[in-house]
Design a protein around this ligand. Structure first.
Ligand SMILES: Cc1ncc(C[n+]2csc(CCOP(=O)(O)OP(=O)(O)O)c2C)c(N)n1
Length: 394
């Protein structure tokens, strides 16, 4: 079989140090994942482009290497935007390769109208550097450009038409694509060790029924070396408070905090080292957004414990809307989370409080994936959002 431009792009990505990629399928990008598989790169198909992008970030955080995600343009890129926005806000090195409508304009399916999807303009508006590839000869320069952005801790994107990806590779250009040496992406395992704060309220004693008691119980139960992920809302805030001064890395998105990020990022991180336990603490609002990715953890037998705080509200809005009488807007519908987990093959257990966590984990399969669900307060007075402690926020 003769090699295609996608094959040479895949080889070049491996030569530049990419090990694993996450993505979602769609006509315009499909030559690429086929080529990535042919060259032996690990390809993970998530449940959505958003999940794939967050997984690539989690993998990047755990491995210290740049993340790689692919998808089709138009609706595919639209679903990837949450990950690109988080990568830009947090400084995650994430390379997105986005398949485009063929240079012939055909088929026009999924190209969103007469003017096309205009994906590059969208990426420019998001301040994601990169190049719209118009011919195979532009690929080496495009790769140099995006790799420089990644090395500076920024996300970057290449948009490539489907017919260019699928075109035969001309031998004349074969070397130029591979020529640049691999980047040394590797940085030590990071995460954000939460510094000790002399004004902190975190050291005050806590009651048994809140989010912080849950975090304490988890810290007491999981071995050292566990990778910790905290999702938007009180779960993340409680983790920040309890991790303060412990020197343990906590993976979260302190700038942008997209709901559901931790679920998919924990999955991505688990791919890096399948022997290392991963624990992800999430609220039920965040789970409504991305719990569907639990199925990816099941599919790949990943060692993740998902801990789900069910308070049946969006905690922040619930607190803020109280005075206006619009609190009902923040209410969440009842969900049989253990039933949902069971439908995906995810072993699950519901406990009533932090004191039952250790025993419940004993009763679940030891390695994961597994789910622990527990009820928590709508607004926990012991949990203070980090930005609420900042003097610049009134
Ligand atoms: C995608 C997205 N939409 C909205 C927000 C704003 N937001 C931050 S936390 C939050 C509520 C999260 O609810 P839940 O996961 O149930 O946790 P809880 O606040 O109840 O602890 C909202 C709406 C966000 N961070 N991300």
């Amino acid at each position: 079989m003769s090699l295609t431009v996608a094959d040479h792009l895949a080889r070049s990505l491996v030569a530049r140090g990419f090990h694993r990629c996450f993505g979602y399928l769609g006509y315009h990008v499909e030559p690429l994942p086929q080529a990535l598989l042919r060259i032996g790169l690990d390809v993970v198909i998530a449940a959505s482009e958003t999940g794939a992008g967050f997984m690539a970030q989690g993998w990047s955080l755990a491995s210290g290497r740049a993340g790689l995600v692919f998808c089709a343009g138009g609706p595919g890129l639209a679903m990837l935007i949450p990950a690109l926005q988080a990568a830009r806000a947090e400084g995650f090195p994430l390379l997105a390769i986005i398949g485009q409508t063929s240079t012939t304009g055909l088929p026009s399916f999924q190209d969103t109208g007469a003017l096309g999807s205009r994906d590059r303009e969208l990426l420019d508006a998001l301040q994601i550097p990169g190049l719209q590839i118009g011919s195979p000869q532009e690929l080496p320069a495009g790769l140099d450009l995006v790799c420089d952005a990644l090395a500076a801790g920024r996300p970057a994107a290449l948009t490539i038409p489907a017919d260019i990806l699928a075109a035969p590779w001309s031998a004349i250009d074969g070397q130029s694509l591979l020529s640049r040496h691999a980047f040394d992406w590797h940085r030590p395992l990071t995460g954000w060790a939460v510094p000790a704060d002399p004004l902190s309220v975190a050291q005050q004693p806590t009651g048994p029924g809140g989010y912080r008691a849950v975090v304490r119980a988890l810290l007491a139960t999981f071995p050292s070396g566990t990778l910790w992920f905290g999702d938007a809302g009180q779960a993340r805030h409680a983790m920040r408070m309890e991790f303060e001064g412990r020197g343990l890395p906590l993976f979260d998105c302190p700038q942008s905090g997209p709901m559901g990020w931790a679920i998919a990022a924990a999955i991505g991180a688990a791919f890096h080292d399948v022997e290392r336990p991963v624990c992800c603490f999430t609220g039920d609002g965040s789970a409504q957004m991305l719990a569907v990715e639990w199925v990816t953890a099941v599919q790949h037998h990943l060692p993740i414990t998902f801990v789900l705080a069910v308070n049946r509200v969006l905690g922040g809005p619930y607190g803020r809307l109280q005075a206006s009488g619009a609190q009902c807007l923040s209410h969440l519908p009842p969900v049989d989370w253990c039933g949902l987990a069971a439908s995906m093959g995810l072993p699950a257990r519901r406990v009533e409080g932090a004191q039952e966590i250790a025993a419940a984990l004993e009763a679940l399969p030891p390695r994961g994936p597994r789910l622990l669900e527990l009820p928590l307060p709508a607004r926990d007075p012991e949990v203070v959002a980090p930005y609420s402690l900042s003097p610049s926020v009134s």
